[in-house]
Write a protein that binds this ligand. Structure first.
Ligand code: LIP
Length: 262
């Protein structure tokens, strides 16, 4: 078993604690599907409860660190360290009782992501990694896939929400890749899409319209597993730039060209 650092122990334990609570809530959701009111309010509460729990756990372990979460927590902290947290990534899946969602925690130090955790409580898969120390799934070291031909590649993506400004570009991108690759998956949880690229399950992933909390942890995992990650926009920031493309080294240039990101 690879030895986890003190900070990685803090992050994985916090993710596991939030995951246990979300697993219990997820059991409720399946009952609520058939209730008159439906599960939407319940899921929003579960999302907020998870962010509150993670904020408490992480702030207790590292007082003074900043914190930004999808549910609205935004604390500057010491200006050097910042937690970037999605307390329930894959909210729509969770709402519909689809067992594919995750807790995502990234630690930013200075201008870069130095540690990341993506935890899938349903499958009990803990993806974790630190800058320069490698990426792991539970106790197994992760490496991106070695496929080098686009026609053999399985890619993941996200479909922009109704009315999104990314709608037109997405349809063009999908049309381009569908003709050239083995298949596309849209699973609705960006952090797991990135973790699966790091694990070699997908050969690449792209999406426009994502947020820093969706991708910050997964990006580190891809890089530590030997993959490439960049903004789809020239010179853009892959964490804060609202778009992302990740692949193994062999496919990066050809996929960027295919998606028209040069
Ligand atoms: C989701 C992402 C997914 C994206 C969805 C949504 P959420 O995050 O993980 O990849 O396509 O639009 O942003 O909102 O479920 O935390």
């Amino acid at each position: 078993m690879p030895v986890r650092s003190a900070i990685m122990t803090v992050m994985t334990r916090a993710a596991e604690k939030a995951g246990r609570a979300l697993r219990r809530d997820f059991g409720e959701v399946e009952q609520l599907q058939v209730s008159m009111k439906g599960p939407a309010d319940f899921v929003s509460q579960a999302d907020r409860k998870s962010e509150k729990l993670l904020h408490e756990e992480l702030s207790r372990a590292r007082p003074g660190y900043g914190f930004v979460g999808e549910e609205g927590t935004d604390e500057k902290g010491d200006g050097e360290h910042r937690w970037i947290v999605d307390p329930l990534d894959g909210t729509t899946n969770f709402l519909h009782g689809i067992p594919h969602w995750a807790v995502s925690i990234a630690l930013q130090k200075g201008g870069e992501i130095v540690a990341g955790v993506v935890y899938d409580p349903v499958k009990d898969e803990m993806f974790w990694g630190e800058k320069g120390m490698g990426a792991y799934l539970n106790a197994t070291r992760l490496r991106v896939s070695r496929r080098s031909e686009l026609h053999t590649a399985l890619l993941a993506t996200g479909i922009p929400f109704k009315g999104s400004k990314y709608w037109e570009s997405f349809l063009k991108e999908l049309q381009s890749v569908m003709l050239k690759i083995a298949g596309v998956r849209r699973m609705g949880t960006a952090s797991l899409d990135l973790a699966y690229v790091a694990a070699g399950r997908y050969d690449g992933y792209w999406e426009r319209g994502i947020h820093p909390w969706d991708v910050a942890a997964g990006l580190l995992l891809v890089k530590e597993a030997g993959g490439f990650a960049a903004s789809m926009d020239k010179g853009g920031d892959p964490v804060y730039g609202r778009s992302i493309i990740t692949t193994n080294a062999a496919l990066h240039a050809s996929l960027r060209e295919l998606l028209g990101t040069g």
